[in-house]
Design a binder for this molecule. Structure first.
Ligand SMILES: [Zn+2]
Length: 196
């Protein structure tokens, strides 16, 4: 479906977009850019060139020139994982990254980090600070409560082996991401590992 707006609607629409952007950028309190305004884990390769004041200038220039040509589907994220549990997994991972950013933590240096186990097996951590030997597992579902007991047992074995091999392992459940107290404990643990 293609919708070409009338000139009036076009201006109105562009103002909504640009005004909202400018407002967000203007109310931030950082120097150039931070995780509250422009920065995100996914654009970390551009972090040193992001600047909220330049972004505001750009948005101001765009005012009046943006218009709605067609509907954009509501789903903006294109998940490569298709299983519902894995979808929850992705959301949990994104959420964990934004929690890190919001609390001023440095971003993980590795994503989907594979570690060989001494028994010939391997495990893939969702995130890692490999040099600090920190592994993060974000569980989309509470495997202890609802998951496959066999898988939960395997996970426990693997993670115990990791600890024996000198890895600092932090497991965060999806529920913990919404539980301020549980989350605070996990972040404190991470903070200690990162500061060693
Ligand atoms: Zn900022």
């Amino acid at each position: 479906m293609s919708i070409i707006c009338s000139p009036d609607a076009r201006v109105e629409y562009s103002n909504i977009v640009a005004d909202a952007g400018i407002k967000t950028l203007n109310t931030c309190d950082c120097n150039d850019a931070c995780y509250k305004c422009l920065q995100h884990f996914r654009n970390q390769m551009y972090h040193d060139i992001l600047n909220r004041f330049e972004a505001m200038d750009l948005l101001a220039q765009l005012q009046g020139s943006i218009y709605k040509e067609h509907e954009i589907p509501a789903q903006v994220k294109n998940f490569t994982k298709s299983h519902p549990a894995e979808k929850t997994e992705s959301i949990a991972e994104e959420k964990f990254l934004s929690v890190l950013g919001a609390h001023g933590f440095s971003m993980p240096t590795n994503v989907q980090y594979r570690v060989e186990l001494n028994n010939g097996n391997y495990t893939v951590a969702d995130f890692a600070w490999a040099k600090k030997r920190i592994l993060i597992y974000v569980d989309g579902t509470s495997s202890n409560l609802h998951g496959n007991p066999q898988t939960a047992l395997q996970d426990t074995r693997k993670r115990t082996m990791l600890k024996m091999q000198g890895w600092n392992v932090i497991e965060i459940s999806y529920q913990a991401l919404d539980d301020e107290q549980a989350l605070a404990l996990k972040l404190e643990e991470l903070n200690i590992y990162l500061s060693i």
